[in-house]
Design a protein around this ligand. Structure first.
Ligand code: C2E
Ligand code: MG
Ligand code: MG
Length: 270
């Protein structure tokens, strides 16, 4: 175990040297300035009760709207942001904006923020400290914030991830495991980590109604989560059949274009 932790840490150091050695391309500089130029916008996708479809929370999803009118989705610029070191700046911006937005809405809905694996390298500030400060400055109740960590985060620096998770939970913030693939390995993520929420990935949701493997993975994940007192959300619900499957199997909350795509405002307004 110690060897594995050391290996993960060395991997972290190598990764950061690569980041420092990276010649910053023009695009990387543009992205870095985009935050200051106010070109990054947060869109909100409702996370809903599978029965009533009323929103219980919103996931914050960043978009890049350039002054020339062009629009980029995160998958096209977040990898560059990760290589050039801009990613934690973007995450901080989204976190602050999300907490402020949620604090404005009296309705009590939660806001769910994606956090990059870069936060768990050695040179970055501790995530929980930044979150605590943001909650204080925005006045948001900790119970209304969810931090989403993608499955890949756990491979990078597991001891640091666990430390930060414990601190976040002590603050009263919930932590979600995002992009859960449903593979065999996924079950270690239940025992080893105290995630509050497990988010079934779009690849699982899209297989509902067409792949027995995807259905079995969804079914099993929901049951394992519930037996341990955890909850599951499904991402990427695109049709009535997927929604019906998730509702029948008691998936706790659902999110997807069939219910509501990401938009500029919280809906319905409150
Ligand atoms: P994610 O966290 O898994 O977010 C869900 C993605 O699925 C979003 O893509 C959302 O727009 C998309 N989606 C939701 N419903 C549907 C559907 O019914 N059909 C389809 N085809 N897609 C659907 P998006 O906004 O392009 O974001 C991609 C990924 O970028 C996110 O995946 C997340 O990992 C990352 N990301 C987004 N915002 C941030 C951020 O502020 N910080 C960090 N570190 N990552 C972010
Ligand atoms: Mg997410
Ligand atoms: Mg997700």
């Amino acid at each position: 175990l110690i060897l594995r932790q050391l290996a993960a840490e060395i991997e972290g150091i190598v990764y950061e040297q690569q980041e420092q050695n990276e010649v910053h391309s023009e695009q990387a500089a543009n992205l870095h300035n985009a935050v200051n130029r106010d070109e990054l916008k947060v869109f909100w996708q409702p996370i809903c009760d599978p029965g009533s479809l009323s929103p219980v929370g919103h996931e914050a999803l960043v978009r890049w709207l350039r002054s020339d009118g062009t629009f980029s989705l995160p998958d096209s610029f977040m990898p560059l942001a990760a290589r050039s070191g801009t990613i934690t700046k973007i995450d901080r911006y989204v976190l602050k904006h999300s907490c402020a937005k949620a604090a404005l809405h009296a309705g009590g809905r939660f806001v769910s923020v994606n956090i990059s694996s870069a936060w768990f390298g050695l040179k970055w500030p501790a995530l929980a400290g930044v979150v605590a400060k943001t909650l204080t400055t925005t006045g948001l109740a900790p119970g209304r914030l969810v931090i989403e960590l993608a499955e890949g985060v756990l491979a990078r620096n597991p001891s640091r991830v666990k430390q930060e998770m414990e601190k976040l939970k002590a603050l009263g913030v919930r932590v979600a495991l995002d992009r859960l693939g449903g593979g065999e390995s996924a079950f270690s993520y239940f025992e080893g980590y105290p995630f509050d929420i497990y988010k079934l990935s779009r690849s699982i949701t899209s297989g509902l109604g067409v792949s027995v493997g995807a259905e079995a993975a969804a079914y099993a994940t929901i049951r394992v989560a519930h037996s341990l007192g955890r909850v599951t959300y499904a991402v990427g619900v695109e049709n009535r059949d997927q929604l019906a499957f998730l509702r029948d199997e008691a998936c706790d909350l659902v999110q997807g274009d069939f219910i509501a795509p990401p938009g500029r405002e919280w809906r319905p307004y409150d």
